[in-house]
Write a protein that binds this ligand. Structure first.
Ligand code: ADP
Length: 396
């Protein structure tokens, strides 16, 4: 089945056309600067050069129609007729407590997603705009919403509740939701397969370490805890996000620096993390280079990042009462041997041993642990678009 996967932001729209049977990506692209004076569509048909067209896109519907034109174009298209697109899978960031799994999109579903807008004000409204644009241009094509939060809806209350007065949960549903769910679900399943484990009888830690980063504890295929919380700001140290901090720091900075809440949230989301600590970059390639050149702040930022990862892994192993396998994924997890090695070094007490040669490999499925290691450790490249396509087919 050919599935169009859409990931819509407020001014951008990413897409992939995927053949879910062969797992082949037929075309991939992005529309940027939607609503601005000059926008651009970048379209890459599989195995061919990228085409870039500067064009004004007044709204997302215009962007979707450009995508459909690109996919069916005589020269650089990949299908001869739109009827070949049999389904559309939409990434939706927040499904609140309403959605514990992906779902076929109907008017009622759209309303329920709208009711979650408060929880993800930057993302959900944009996701909905993309859904509506596709619905109006592909009237008879079934659409499925795949939520970043859904996989974590299996967390027990002791994992998802914050120790606030209960009225805040009752009134506003303030609780841990967790994100990157599509990735954690896909990677934990692949990891079980790759290690010859029965997912229904397994304890797996997934370390999704990208620019945004989160760790999850997956028992028998279900998420029982994760490091991101009410928003994607908490948990690990990230590219530009602080991860966990003492909440009193917010008041302290506000008073000392005369900053308002918006300014402090910006500081925690955009100017902190590895970027803020190193004053070099949010990108681990730059951090590694700076460390190699003796940059002390980069070294400290790297070590704080690794230490936080280790603390979450350790905590989750206790929550799961053991661990069979640990998977590394996403930009840093798939590509940074030093992060993986340093994390595993801390975990030596578990009987984890790493094959140094295997650990040099980047971006492919590879077993890092040696055959005698007590816990299997591997790199499993994430593929959120393929996971969304597969989920879309499964739901339909
Ligand atoms: P996101 O989806 O959250 O934007 P990604 O999963 O794409 O993030 O990860 C992007 C990050 O991966 C980059 O910011 C960089 O830190 C890291 N990365 C990519 N390639 C490498 C590499 N070769 N070595 C180290 N880190 C890398």
């Amino acid at each position: 089945m050919k599935v169009l996967v859409i990931n819509c932001g407020s001014s951008s729209l990413k897409y992939q056309l995927i053949d879910s049977d062969t797992k082949q990506v037929l075309a991939v692209g992005i529309c940027e600067r939607i609503g601005l004076e000059i926008g651009v569509i970048k379209h890459t048909p599989a195995g061919r050069d990228r085409i870039e067209n500067k064009v004004k896109m007044d709204n997302h519907e215009v962007a979707v129609s450009l995508v459909l034109n690109a996919l069916t174009d005589k020269e650089y298209g990949v299908i001869s007729d739109l009827s070949e697109i049999q389904a559309v899978g939409h990434r939706v960031v927040h499904g609140g407590e309403k959605f514990a799994s992906s779902t076929v999109i109907t008017e009622e579903v759209i309303q329920a997603i709208e009711e979650c807008n408060d929880l993800a004000p930057l993302h959900n409204p944009a996701n909905l705009i993309g859904i509506r644009a596709c619905m109006s241009l592909m009237k008879d094509v079934p659409m499925v919403a795949v939520f970043d939060t859904a996989f974590h809806q299996t967390m027990p209350e002791e994992a998802y509740l914050y120790a606030l007065p209960t009225e805040y949960y009752d009134k506003y549903k303030i609780r841990k939701y967790g994100f990157h769910g599509t990735s954690h679900s896909y990677v934990s399943e692949r990891m079980a397969d790759f290690c010859g484990l029965d997912i229904k009888n397994s304890k797996i830690i997934v370390c999704h370490l990208g620019n945004g980063a989160s760790i999850s504890a997956v028992v028998n295929g279900k998420s029982i805890d994760t490091s991101m919380g009410f928003t994607p700001l908490s948990g690990l140290v990230m590219g530009t996000r602080s991860g966990d901090i003492d909440p009193s720091i917010i008041e302290f900075i506000a008073k000392k620096e005369n900053k308002n809440l918006d300014e402090i949230m910006h500081l925690l989301n955009k100017e902190s993390g590895v970027q803020g600590m190193s004053q070099v970059s949010s990108d681990f390639r730059d951090i590694n280079e700076a460390m190699n050149n003796g940059n002390e702040k980069a070294r400290i930022a790297f070590n704080v990042f690794v230490y936080r990862v280790v603390k979450y892994i350790g905590g989750f192993i206790a929550s799961m009462n053991g661990v069979d396998a640990i998977a590394f994924t996403a930009g840093v997890g798939e590509n940074d041997p030093k992060v993986r090695y340093d994390v595993c070094k801390y975990l030596g007490f578990l009987g984890i041993t790493i094959d140094q040669e295997a650990n040099k490999l980047r971006g492919e499925e590879v077993m890092l642990s040696t055959p005698d290691s007590k816990v299997k450790v591997a790199v499993i490249p994430t593929n959120e678009e393929l996971a969304i396509a597969r989920e879309t087919v499964a739901i339909l």
